[in-house]
Ligand binder design. Structure first.
Ligand SMILES: C[S@@+](CC[C@H](N)C(=O)[O-])C[C@H]1O[C@@H](n2cnc3c(N)ncnc32)[C@H](O)[C@@H]1O
Length: 311
């Protein structure tokens, strides 16, 4: 077994990832089975974490549905890319890297607002990068893993990682990479979801329920790193600003929420068959309908935040 993999598993332990009883996170699962099974098997399981994300982001559909869900239903709606833009309050000439840039909308926003400095975006999804390249030829988009950034040391004034840290197999390694490519006086900006004040409480419970019904694990992305626990990953950074936003979802019908839940299939492991998945989603539908019948609507708090740091 390569030393690096063993090392990263050891490191993971020190972060005390908290999981629910019913749906242990796959990473913890990998640690748990470390002693009784062959290391080879552990590597195989670890690979699957990023493979699941790759599968989910193989085209823009799932991310599109989730983004529209927030934009259309969370009130007041906060457009995080605009909040990042305001927080940075950038001079136009800064050299910027967006890590796990999705389809590059933050960089496009910068361009639209007259940014003249060089802009770079990397993402693991080949299709996202292809789409981004088509529409934005002035921006340097490329396929790359956040854990191994294809840039020289101290290249960028700003590195951004928006709503993506929780997908990385080795979060400390990705943070190290971001730090490496940042200039000495450079700034790092991240955005994450909140799990405080009841934020996402019901959705997270539904994920637990789905895992239980399907008798599989889900990757508990938001529980791994969120607005409440991110500090422990960033000991080597100084936090300059942290802004949290809380909104509310108030749905009068079920379809919107079920469509959102439907985009999460690949974050379960092993990925359920379509027929099992639909069956399990039906159960969620019934739960939501019960709440709507009882109270008139499905309500949920929805929180997220932007954090600005320097090395
Ligand atoms: C929730 S989306 C966020 C995209 C974008 N930052 C945004 O805010 O719209 C997560 C993104 O992380 C990317 N991703 C997942 N694992 C990655 C990795 N190891 N390296 C680079 N990108 C990764 C996915 O392809 C996806 O585009």
């Amino acid at each position: 077994m390569p030393r690096a993999s063993l090392f990263s598993l050891e490191k993971e332990k020190t972060f005390e990832r908290k999981e629910t009883k019913n749906s242990p996170n796959l990473r913890t699962h990998a640690i748990w089975i470390r002693i009784p099974v062959a290391p080879y098997f552990i590597i195989k399981m670890e690979e699957k974490i990023s493979r699941n994300a790759q599968e989910n982001y193989k085209d823009t559909t799932n991310l599109g549905v989730r983004k529209n869900f927030s934009a259309n239903n969370v009130r007041p709606y906060i457009d995080l890319k605009k909040e990042v833009f305001y927080m940075l309050n950038l001079p136009n000439n800064k050299k910027i890297l967006d890590v796990a840039c999705g389809y590059g909308d933050f960089l496009v926003l910068l361009k639209e607002r007259g940014h003249t400095g060089e802009l770079f975006g990397v993402d693991l999804s080949e299709n996202f990068v292809k789409e981004s390249k088509k529409s934005n030829q002035d921006i340097n988009f490329s396929v790359a893993n956040a854990e191994s950034l294809p840039f020289e040391d101290e290249t960028f004034d700003i590195v951004l990682c928006k709503h993506s840290l929780y997908h990385f197999d080795d979060i400390p390694k990705a943070i190290k990479e971001m730090s490496r490519v940042l200039k000495k006086e450079g700034k790092l900006v991240i955005t994450l979801n909140s799990l405080a004040n009841g934020s996402r409480e019901k959705i997270e419970k539904f994920k637990d329920l789905l895992a239980e019904v399907l008798q599989i694990n889900h990757l508990d992305n938001n529980k791994i790193i969120n607005l409440e626990n991110y500090h422990k990953y960033f000991n080597e950074f100084k936090i300059l600003k942290e802004v949290k936003f809380f909104g509310y979802i108030n749905l009068k019908e079920i379809k919107t929420l079920v469509d959102y839940m439907n985009t999460l299939k690949e974050f379960f492991y092993p990925v359920p068959s379509e027929i099992n998945w639909k069956g399990a989603l039906n159960l969620i539908e019934k739960e939501v309908q019960k709440e709507i019948d009882k109270t008139g609507s499905y309500k949920e708090t929805w929180g997220a935040g932007v954090i600005l740091m320097k090395k």
